[in-house]
Design a binder for this molecule. Structure first.
Ligand code: MV4
Length: 445
């Protein structure tokens, strides 16, 4: 195991990673920007390295400064968490050049999966179900329109370098096609510096289901699925699991393991799917990192995913077999963002009071405390409230109770929206698609 690891992140995930490092007996190093100098993950670290920049985000994005910090403290490995440098292949290559272990997959695998055309092609070849579509970038509007005609409208045009939905265009008829193509290409060019796009059948009325995978470069295991359809502008709000029958989980789980093995994947990964009304699955993309909602999986399987990811990075092989992974009960996570609960505008400020719930089956992952100055320049995630119940009904009841115990004074939060969702009949009946919040706008105030 490593002696010393550098966390290149902030907030709740920095604290989450430091917990696993401590359990493994590893010394915790962390970089930080000026805004975070008094934050809990910095105060609780063994070595804290300031990287102060006029643009606060640059403290966590300047990867040469991060590599210098790792060398300065003698850290053998860097944990990127999520966001910031987690999916930056150039940074991973620099780590390799400096003989610093990046806790995550190889640079080439990150590059492959970051290209949604290549990822789709690789996963289709490995036997994963994909929506009908193009297996190459499309340039010529005539060729593209013929393809769309063949697939059948509606179709969706997506950026190859995309993810997160940036620039996506849904097209309902041939007349709309050319201008949608141009728009998607120019959005892709300005967002990613890469104008390549591809076309897929648009899956209507779908749910968002994702599978948790862990692989060691040779073998892969899965930890079942999470249901993440409740989101707004591609930011998830409430996640839960399990969602599928044991049979479907085993089938899709098998396939995602084949997909991970086919690219020599190492570390934690999430395979995202759409699931349509008929229960058909369509691969979307692979997220090559720990995710905000990994906690759901930890609650229903009883494993420490972050710890396992670190063990794999240190050179160990998979610590457990697929048949050792057992699922128990139901977990729900509410993201407690410091935002206006109707318009989702960030609400920075000082936390004058702060109290979190506890008790059996209640978990809170947060860096918040009384006196914490919630900055406006970073993600608005203030805390994650996760509950476990023997079944979904018990988990819902427990979450309602836990939310009513939560006190956060000084910033606005999305707690009122979570409370409204937990009482909403379609939510209770599991009748939820990715359009849930748009179709239940009554919940927004
Ligand atoms: C789709 C789709 C419908 N059909 N692809 C959004 C983000 C990116 N990862 C892929 N996305 C979508 N791809 C086909 N063929 C609908 C979405 C989508 C979505 C997917 C998951 C979660 C929320 C979403 C919200 C809007 C659109």
């Amino acid at each position: 195991m490593f002696k010393r690891v550098l966390i290149a992140n902030r907030g709740e995930i920095a604290l989450r990673i430091s917990r696993s490092l401590r359990e493994l007996g590893v010394e915790v190093c962390i970089i930080h920007g000026r805004e975070d100098r008094l934050s809990l993950p910095v105060r609780l670290s063994d070595y804290a390295i300031p990287i102060y920049r006029s643009n606060p985000l640059d403290s966590y994005l300047d990867y040469e400064a991060v590599i210098d910090a790792a060398k300065q403290v003698g850290a053998e490995a860097i944990h990127p968490g999520y966001g910031f440098l987690a999916e930056n292949a150039a940074f991973v290559r620099r780590c390799q050049e400096e003989d610093i272990i990046f806790i995550g997959p190889d640079a080439d695998v990150i590059s492959l999966l970051g290209d949604k055309i290549e990822a789709r092609k690789a996963m289709e070849a490995a036997g994963l179900p994909v929506a009908k579509g193009s297996d190459e970038a499309i340039q010529n509007p005539e060729v593209a329109r013929d393809l769309a005609e063949d697939i059948g409208y509606p179709v969706i045009i997506k950026a190859a370098a995309g993810g997160g939905g940036i620039g996506m265009q849904v097209v309902h008829s041939p007349e709309e096609f050319e201008s949608a193509l141009n728009l998607c290409q120019s959005r892709a060019q300005s967002a990613f510096g890469d104008s390549r796009v591809f076309v897929e059948k648009f899956i209507e009325g779908a749910q968002h289901v994702e599978f948790q995978v862990l692989a060691d470069g040779e073998n892969a295991i899965h930890f079942g699925e999470r249901f993440c359809s409740i989101q707004r502008r591609h930011q998830k709000l409430l996640e839960e699991g399990p969602w599928l029958s044991d049979e479907v989980r085993a089938e899709i789980g098998d396939r995602v393991c084949e997909g991970a093995k086919s690219v020599g994947y190492r570390g934690l990964a999430t395979f995202e799917f759409l699931r349509d009304k008929n229960g058909e699955f369509y691969f979307l993309e692979v997220n090559p990192r720990v995710q905000v909602e990994h906690t759901i999986t930890e609650m229903i399987t009883g494993v420490d995913l972050v710890k396992m990811g670190i063990e794999i990075a240190s050179g160990q092989t998979l610590p457990i077999d697929q048949n050792e992974i057992q699922f128990s009960g139901h977990a729900i996570q509410c993201r407690l963002n410091a935002e206006d609960p109707i318009r989702f505008i960030p609400s920075p400020g000082k936390l004058w009071d702060c109290h979190f719930p506890g008790g059996r089956g209640v978990r809170v992952d947060t860096h918040a405390h009384v006196g914490y100055e919630m900055p406006g320049c970073f993600d608005s995630l203030l805390a994650k409230l996760i509950v476990w119940g023997k079944d979904r009904d018990e988990a819902i009841a427990k979450m309602k109770s836990a939310l009513s115990e939560t006190i956060l004074v000084g910033v606005e939060t999305v707690i009122p929206l979570h409370k409204a969702i937990l009482e909403e009949p379609d939510f209770i009946a599991r009748d939820i698609t990715i359009q849930y919040l748009e179709e239940h706008s009554n919940l927004l105030g």
